[in-house]
Design a protein around this ligand. Structure first.
Ligand code: FAD
Length: 299
């Protein structure tokens, strides 16, 4: 119930504008978001890559005008130009809704594909890769279609699949020969398309993991769940895979896994449009709300 309410709040334009223009919140947000500028995120990426890998997300989503989509694509290209030898240890993650996928009219998908293509070219030029984040289930077909188009020229483009969706086992079968990040799913989805019980999502995650680990691609195991990580390590013995976690979540475990020889990639978001991302992180764990309230009260 609380999670659903928070996830509904994460889509509210009014709350977004209020929160992003309230400087008081920024220090609290900093646990999950590394800063607002390219220089800040690259400094943190450089530090992390001493023992782990990184995927950088220039925050933004659900853009409703073309100029914003263009600005987001430009920001990614500038970021990639600044990688300066960090590729392929540092790649980027992009949300197609930040690149215009949902623009009113009929050509939103084409706008997003064109921008994503140019980001892939910029990534290729500096020797790194791109992963296309997955948003709510209404975008899954469109997003996988765009990933398919991008892979014609750039077969290394990563897709994201959400174990919470009922369709995902079948999608895993289709994509098991490629780079696939498997996560539980961060959106509030209806029972008609998604498992609503955590236990069912976990069981689906394991079934999907088995399919990806039996394929020829690169499974990217995006979870902080220690049980699922143990299962992934067991299934992945002797084959390449990555464990991926979010910046600010279980950092000690990230470093321990890296020290144990695992390939660990940290998802590193930055930028001024942090609202939707931040509220989804609060929704994932009720204790984060207490952390948030405490941080505000003690300021
Ligand atoms: P949970 O069962 O939620 O958590 C397991 C344990 O991890 C918790 O008990 C807690 O100790 C810790 N934990 C988890 N989340 C938090 C948190 N926010 N704060 C503090 N502790 C926490 N979702 C999408 O829908 N699309 C994407 O493209 C996408 N990309 C992702 C990329 C990466 C690298 C990661 C790690 C996640 C991504 N997600 C994405 C989010 C994902 O779907 C889940 O919402 C999120 O990872 C929480 O699920 P969990 O697997 O960690 O398991």
């Amino acid at each position: 119930m609380l999670r659903s309410l928070m996830l509904a709040a994460s889509r509210s334009g009014r709350l977004r504008t209020f929160a992003e223009n309230t400087p008081l919140l920024r220090p609290v947000v900093d646990r999950f978001v590394v800063g607002t500028t390219t220089d800040q995120v690259l400094a943190v990426a450089r530090e992390i890559t001493t023992d782990r890998l990184v995927t950088i997300d220039h925050l933004g989503e659900d853009v409703t005008d073309r100029s914003r989509a263009e600005a987001n694509a430009d920001a990614y290209r500038a970021l990639l130009r600044g990688l300066d030898g960090l590729g392929p240890r540092v790649e980027v993650s992009v949300k197609l809704s930040a690149l215009g996928q949902a623009l009113a009219g009929t050509d939103g998908e084409k706008v997003a594909l064109d921008h994503a293509r140019r980001i892939c070219e910029a990534a290729h030029a500096v020797g790194t890769t791109v992963t296309v984040d997955m948003e709510d289930h209404t975008t899954t077909d469109s997003t996988l279609g765009i990933v398919r188009d991008l892979r014609v020229d750039h077969p290394w483009v990563g897709a994201v699949l959400q174990a919470g969706l009922r369709r995902t086992e079948a999608d895993c079968r289709d994509l098991a020969g490629s780079r696939v990040r498997l996560c539980k799913g961060a959106y509030d989805e209806p029972a008609s398309v998604a498992f609503r019980e955590r236990h069912d999502v976990d069981l689906s995650y394991v079934r999907c993991l088995k399919i990806l680990m039996a394929g020829d691609g690169l499974p990217m195991v995006a979870t902080h769940d220690p049980v699922l990580i143990d299962i992934a390590r067991h299934l992945g013995r002797g084959r390449p895979y990555e464990i991926q976690m979010l910046h600010g979540v279980r950092p000690h475990e990230q470093r321990d896994l890296a020290a144990a020889g695992e390939s660990v990639r940290v998802y590193l978001p930055y930028g001024t449009e942090w609202y939707g991302y931040f509220v989804r992180r609060l929704a994932e764990r009720p204790a984060n709300l207490a952390f948030f309230a405490r941080s505000l009260l003690t300021r």
